[in-house]
Write a protein of this length. Sequence first.
Length: 430
Amino acid sequence: MMTITGKFANIYCRYLKTGAILLLCFSLSTSCKKGEKKVTEEEIGEEWIDNQSHLYEYGLRVDSLDMTDYIIKSGDSPSAIFTRLGFTAKMTDNLCKASAEVLDPRKLRVGMTYTTLTTQDSLAAIQYIVFAKSLTDFSIIDITADSIKTYEYNKEVRLKRQYMEGKIKTSLWNIIKNNGADPLLALKISDILAWQVDFFDVKEGDSFRVIYDVAYIDDTTELKISSVEGLVFVHQGKEFTAIPFTQDSIRDYFDTQGNGLRKAFLKAPLDFSRITSRFSNARFHPILKRYRAHHGVDYAAPIGTPVKAIGDGTVITKGFDSKGGGNYIKIKHNAVYTTTYMHLSGFGKGIQNGAHVKQGAVIGYVGSTGLSTGPHLDFRVHKNGQPIDPLKMESPPSEPVKAKFRDSFEIVKRNVFAEMDSLGLTLHDQ
C-alpha cells in the first residue's frame, strides 16, 4: 500500500518553506509601503498551509487518502471484486447495480487494473474505487456519501511536437527505432507516401526529415503518435514532400505544388456482380461445415466474367492455392496495400509473376476453382500485412488544393519548412 502523504512529504515541505519565504518577502514589502502592520513568518506559514495546492488523481483529492492498485485476474467479475475488497453481500449487490452503466462485466479483461482510495485511519474505509478502462479512461465509484455515485473520468491528452531526421543505412524502421522513437512512425510515413515511394526498395543513403505530434498523458507518459505534421523523404536522389492541409473540413497531405498524394482504387474488381458473402471473423463455410474466418468479399458472377485490378501494381503471385483458393493472383500496389483475387477460371493475357498491371486491366476471369459452391470471386485486401474489409476501405483520390485555399496552403507550407529548418540539426552537416 502506498501512502500518498508520505510519498510527497519532502516535496510538500520544500514548497511550504519556499512559499512562506516568498510570501514573507512580498508581505513585508507591501506592508512597509502602505504603513500596515508587519506580518510574522509564523502567520505566513499558517496562511500558506491553508491555501497550498492539494494533490489530485483521477480528478479526486488524494493527499489525505491511501491508494492501492490491484490487477484483474481470470474469472473476476464486479461482484467477485467487491466481495474480495470486504464489502457485505448487500453492499456488493448495491455496488453492482449502481456501477452497471459505467462498468460492463463483459469488457473486464485479465490484466486490467483497478485502484482503491481509502481513509488513513485504523478503519481504512474505502472511499472510491477506480477501474481503468484504458490509459486515459476510467470508471469511478464514489461511496463517500449515503448513496453510491458513479461516473466516467478521462485524463487530459496533450500533444508534444517532435522532430527527427536521418540517413538510412538498413531500413526506415531501424533508424527510427535506433533514435529512440516509436517505430510505428515508419508506418505512418509509409502510409502517407505509399503511392510515391516503395518502402521495400529504400536504399542506403536515402534520407528523411519529419515533424510529428506525440500524444502524452500526465505530460510524462507517451501514448501514441498522433499525426505527421510535415515530411520530406529523399529516395534515390528525388525529393518527396508531404504537407498536411485541411480544406472543406478534410485533412490530407499534398506535395509542394498542392497536388494530393493519394490515388484511388476501383470500388470493386467486377463491373457486374452481387455480394454473396462479406468480411467476417467467423463465417460458416458451406463446404467444410464449420466456422472460420473469411477475410474477403465474395462476388457472385457468371464464369468468364472479367476480373480487373483495382489499382496499378505488380503481380507478386500467380498460381493455384491447394488449401481452397483455387487459381489466384496477388498484386502489390505499394508498400501498404496488396490485393488477392481467388477461384479464377483463368488468367488475363500477359499475367505472370513480376508483371506490371494498370488500374482496370483484366487480370483474370471468374471461376469456381478450389473450395467453391459456385462461380464467384473471392476478393481480399491487406493493409500493412493485415486483412481489412474491402467494403470499408477508404480509397478516394486526394483533390488538389482548391484555388480559394491557395494562399492559406502557401502559408502552411512555409511554416512547415521554416519549422524543419529551425529544428534541423545534423542532416545538412553530413
